[in-house]
Design a protein around this ligand. Structure first.
Ligand SMILES: Nc1ncnc2c1ncn2[C@@H]1O[C@H](COP(=O)(O)OP(=O)(O)OP(=O)(O)O)[C@@H](O)[C@H]1O
Length: 742
């Protein structure tokens, strides 16, 4: 099993930890094998400074006979969570499941509480870490989103407090200082984790309180003063309590950093370090760090604040897929301007009637979108804390089914029945993609995550694919047939469920409608179904850009439009000429058959990857005129043939048109890449320079052509800095491999 920080807790490792005695009595050959494994591990440890932990726990107590099967169950559960096939029997009894609760040192009351919430066995991350935490080790735990990291620390800590190591020393009286401190990056997460402590801790007589900013300080102070066993909170407010002397960490036995990477990202570095540093004798405190992702600097934290013999349980490791495997990851091209129109249809088609979370990049767009989508609410940092709680409660309880949120809701939030995640644009940060998409497909359930992107930013989708290991299914905007399929049956059920008692009352009007409409009864019924499903009209939507009332056409030229070397040629100056040639070619051809104003209405022209064709969007009303153009085979890509041909590149048509008009200006500008790529990493920053030859005064399209050209191979990173006659673009070239000269 892969590991990032150290060798993970493989099932083999667990087996070994639990059967030390068996290990001692095993054959020399077996011991030699183990020796080899250990030396492999020690090599790994050498390679990585952080890797001081080992998976073999010698301190595990006697384990009941049944536990010997545990590693197999881990494998099974891991497979299940990864979405792989398992040979698991349909209804295996708990006794057969080595991860069954009865196989762990969990007290009866806790088992009953877990059972009452439908939990019969531990998830792999929980099974891997339970004994280690109970036996007193510091730990770094890593698993994909939704795999139960919260209970992985809650359960063994509670057991430690009530039955384990801490039982004897734990203070219990009025005014006792807390034994456990859990830090989380957001208030919502703190509330969520606190509610788990209330349920499970409450069941075994342990009290807890939640402290976070935006809520009255005094009430928190009073509950701490009365004495609590567990404090859950956000770093800022915990720090406030420490500074005001209202929180005493002297009796602390556990400190937990959940989503530590996010805490640091959110700027809590100093607060977290201050809080961790407040513990006077760190050797007496067990520190646990859980996260779905472990960027480098989390290693730093774990090296500084966790003990040298810490353990690491890593269910992700170096595996390529970092995002949830139980989620279908889809990518859909869509212009920003059409987003609002297609979102309701996407929700209808993919949410299976469950909850949807839409992620936007800014608070403003979250509010704006929520205002436009009926039945949705916005959640972001500018919403008052009290209101945020009301909104989350409403969403959890099903009062409304669509939440439009910023990253506030990306991390950790565990909400039942979120079937669909929509991300309005590719996040810059791949971890944001992983966490947002992880709000669905939790606890072994399935879900759908749809990433919307502007066609010209397709490279961002490839970047996320590359870095997260996700393989996107590329889809087009829902077409009328898709919508009818997904909502039609619901509408049909709704109509079927209407009592027959309505028939005599409505019959005469129905007959009148049938006679007056001139439609066959079945067509009229189809209209009634559409109305029941909320449709008064079905608009066509183009496959290429999801434009309403546009149709995507495919023009096949019969000749290659470009040569393969064209694609490989990343020297911008020649690219520019080829693009201009192409623009002129397409528009001159279309212009031969169509009035100029029709050609100008084309949207999003794309070249097909086979080099023989062009795909573009035209207004639905103009389709026939385009189809009648002689000499060309122009096919509408309609509902029947739902997939686009593989496309090579696309550019903004209106811009291209204006370019073709200012073609002569382009001849007077020279575009080149002047700066050597940095570092030699894959994907480097380069600089595109557009210099105007002959001092010809050029207009903005010439500048934009550089952007088009740049877009071909590079992502324009910085704004344009302009000096007389020269435009500079700082660009990122994701395809550039060190060593290639430009
Ligand atoms: N052993 C279990 N059996 C069944 N359900 C479980 C089990 N453990 C946890 N769950 C449920 O799984 C869901 C996800 O758990 P949790 O929120 O702890 O995941 P997570 O790994 O912390 O995810 P994230 O990284 O997104 O924060 C919760 O609803 C939780 O109640």
């Amino acid at each position: 099993m892969p590991s990032l920080l150290s060798d993970p807790l493989s099932s083999e490792g667990l087996k070994k930890s639990k059967h030390k005695k068996a290990k001692e009595q095993s054959s020399p050959l077996e011991q030699e094998d183990r020796g080899k494994m250990k030396s492999k591990k020690s090599k790994k440890r050498k390679a990585d400074e952080e890797d001081k932990s080992d998976i073999v726990s010698d301190s595990s107590p006697e384990v009941p006979e049944k536990k010997k099967k545990k590693p197999e169950a881990n494998d099974l559960a891991v497979k299940k969570l990864k979405g792989e096939e398992t040979d698991e029997p349909e209804s295996g009894s708990d006794v057969d499941d080595p991860n069954a609760l009865s196989n762990f040192r969990i007290s009866k009351t806790l088992v009953e509480t877990l059972n009452s919430r439908g939990i019969k066995a531990l998830f792999p991350i929980q099974a891997m870490t339970f004994d280690l935490i109970l036996d007193g080790f510091d730990l770094v735990g890593r698993a994909r989103t939704g795999q139960g990291k919260t209970l992985a620390f809650v359960l063994p800590m509670l057991e430690s407090l009530i039955n384990g190591r801490i039982k004897a020393s734990r203070k219990t009286g009025y005014g006792r200082p807390p034994s456990v401190l859990v830090l989380l990056p957001t208030r919502e997460l703190a509330v969520q984790v606190h509610s788990d402590f209330e349920v499970y801790g409450g069941a075994v007589g342990l009290s807890s309180c939640c402290v976070y900013g935006g809520a009255p300080f005094r009430a928190q102070e009073l509950s701490i003063k009365r004495g609590v066993d567990i404090v859950v909170g956000t770093p800022g407010r915990v720090k406030d309590h420490l500074e005001r002397g209202t929180l005493d960490l002297r009796a602390l036995s556990f400190r937990v950093l959940d989503e530590a990477d996010e805490m640091l990202r959110m700027g809590f570095v100093e607060d977290v370090e201050l809080i961790l540093g407040k513990v006077e004798d760190a050797s007496k405190v067990q520190t646990l760090l859980f996260s779905a992702t472990l960027p480098d600097w989390v290693k730093e934290i774990s090296a500084r604040f966790l003990k040298a013999d810490k353990k690491t349980a890593d269910l992700v490791g170096n595996e390529k897929l970092k995002a949830s495997a139980s989620v279908r990851h889809l990518a859909l091209p869509c212009l920003k301007s059409t987003r609002q129109q297609i979102l309701p249809d996407i929700i209808r088609c993919y949410s299976s009637g469950g909850r949807t979370i839409i992620f936007t990049e800014t608070k403003e767009s979250a509010s704006e979108l929520a205002g436009l989508l009926p039945g949705s609410r916005a959640l972001h940092g500018d919403v008052m804390q009290q209101q945020r709680e009301v909104i989350l409660t409403g969403f959890r309880s099903g009062k409304f089914l669509v939440l439009v949120a910023t990253n506030v809701a990306a991390r950790g939030l565990d909400i039942n029945d979120v079937q669909l995640i929509i991300q309005c644009e590719p996040p810059r940060d791949v971890e944001a993609y992983i966490h947002r998409s992880g709000r669905t497909g939790r606890a072994g359930n399935t879900g759908v995550a749809i990433l919307l992107y502007e066609p010209k930013y397709k490279f961002s989708v490839s970047r996320i694919e590359r870095e997260s290991g996700v393989k996107f299914e590329h889809i087009s905007a829902p077409q009328p047939a898709d919508i009818a399929e997904s909502v039609g049956s619901e509408a049909a059920n709704a109509i079927s469920s209407v009592s027959d008692s309505v028939i005599p009352v409505f019959r005469s009007q129905a007959e009148e409608l049938l006679n007056s409409s001139g439609l066959p009864a079945v067509d009229l019924l189809a209209k009634a179904l559409a109305k029941a499903a909320g449709f008064l009209d079905i608009k066509k939507r183009s496959l290429l850009s999801s434009l309403e009332n546009y149709v995507t056409l495919h023009l096949q030229t019969g000749n290659t439009i470009y040569s393969p070397s064209w694609v490989l040629n990343i020297k911008c100056i020649s690219n520019l000429l080829v693009i201009m040639d192409f623009v002129r070619f397409v528009f001159s051809v279309l212009g031969r058959y169509l009035p100029q104003e029709k050609v100008q209405n084309l949207e999003s022209v794309s070249i097909t990857a086979d080099s023989y064709g062009v795909v573009f969007d035209v207004p639905a009303d103009d389709v026939n005129e385009f189809l009648e153009g002689k000499g060309f085979c122009t096919l509408p890509l309609d509902e029947a043939k739902k997939t686009l041909p593989k496309l090579l590149r696309r550019f903004k048509t209106r811009l291209a048109l204006s370019l073709s008009r200012s073609w002569k200006h382009c001849l007077h500008c020279k575009i080149g890449i002047t700066k050597a790529p940095t570092q030699g990493e894959e994907g480097s920053v380069v600089e595109v320079v557009v210099s105007m030859v002959d001092n010809v005064v050029v207009d903005s399209p010439v500048v934009e052509v550089a952007a088009i050209v740049a877009e071909e191979v590079v992502e324009v990173e910085a704004g344009i800095t302009s000096s007389r006659g020269i435009e500079r673009y700082s660009c990122f070239n994701p395809n550039f491999v060190a060593g290639n000269s430009l």
